[in-house]
Ligand binder design. Sequence first.
Ligand SMILES: Cc1cc2nc3c(=O)[nH]c(=O)nc-3n(C[C@H](O)[C@H](O)[C@H](O)COP(=O)(O)O)c2cc1C
Length: 409
Amino acid sequence: MESILFKEFTLQNGTKIKNRFFKGAMSEALANVHLQPTESIYRLYETFAKGGTGIVVTGNVMIDSKALGEPRNVVVENEEILPFLEKWAERGTINNTQLWMQLNHPGKQAFKDVVNEAVAPSAIPFPGASSRFFHHPREITPTEIVDLIHRFGNSAKLAQKAGFTGVQIHGAHGYLISQFLSPSHNQRNDEWGRDIDGRMKFLIEVYREIRSQTGPLFPISVKLNSADFMKAGFSEEEAIYVAGQLEKEGVDLLEISGGSIANLATPGKDVKASTNVREAYFLDFAEKLRKTVDMPLSVTGGFRTKKGMESAVHSNATDFVGLARPLAVYPDLPNLIEENILQEIILTHKKLGIKSIDNQLPLDSMWYTQQLDRLGRGKQVRPNHPVWISFLQALLKNGKEVFQQRRAK
Ligand SMILES: Cc1cc2nc3c(=O)[nH]c(=O)nc-3n(C[C@H](O)[C@H](O)[C@H](O)COP(=O)(O)O)c2cc1C
């Protein structure tokens, strides 16, 4: 009997997705100095497309060159980028693959060395140790908010024009949209804050602008935190409410994730054992969400076995299986599963065991970014590559700047 993972899915706008594999965004950090996509990016996405995934979401692409999240992000802000995007779209959509561009603005979660200043809903820095990586933010003005909404729409239109088959709005992981959603980061008293309706207005307006610039048939997804796991932060109840509003607005697919740089739940290290038992961390939340929200879902984070993936889709907790790190190591995982070559993958959390370094550096992300870089250069990934070698390589390449390259997912 054919696995449910290979059953076609039709979005409300009629777009047919060939299977239930959904590649979650992974920042490639492979742009050139002009922040344009490169051959490495085209090759990487051709590899994902050949690997059999139904929907491939790109790493976060920035909507404003003055607001990068980390070095070598791709930026989409004007037509000059079109020839580059066209090549990316052409290579990334082969094999009937949906290629969706993830659009993002970092807000205050932008590294000191990549931006001159940072804006945020309120002039509140990140709490705790992570604050030293970032500027103290300035409160964004209403005029700037409206400008950013237009920028999101414009970038989405350019992606569509170039041949991307959809976009995703990054509303998770502590970046600008999720800063707006959070009561601890957003303490505004105007229409962009105050209560949950005000805090989600930025996200809703970004969605509406993208919809109006791309038309009714273009798939638009949102990546949303189930919660940001901060004291007095964005809660599960609020996430369910926001998801309901996004459904009413006509969002085509919701990807569920969680955490932020101050509390990274995504790599699975800060997650309760009970959620780990269910393999994917946010399945329990997805089940709660399903009681009130009907839109197609992808749950991302923690899937490692064919059995776990199938049972999540069978149980109707999710329609799509979101995968990020597994695809950095096995970019052809869907094909390997289909051909019964692989049923389970084991990925250990990457750390050196030296607290002073492990606490300062996202070695896990660094290790996976190096695998993406290898794929981009047409090389094989190295599933057993020791993390300390990966650390030394990063140190040799970037010097002590490596300590500034911490990233939130
Ligand atoms: C190297 C790396 C880069 C990432 N970049 C992004 C990103 O640009 N945007 C995003 O929404 N998530 C990003 N993520 C988070 C993943 O999409 C995903 O939510 C997380 O890794 C959990 O899924 P997994 O257990 O399948 O890896 C990144 C993760 C990694 C490992």
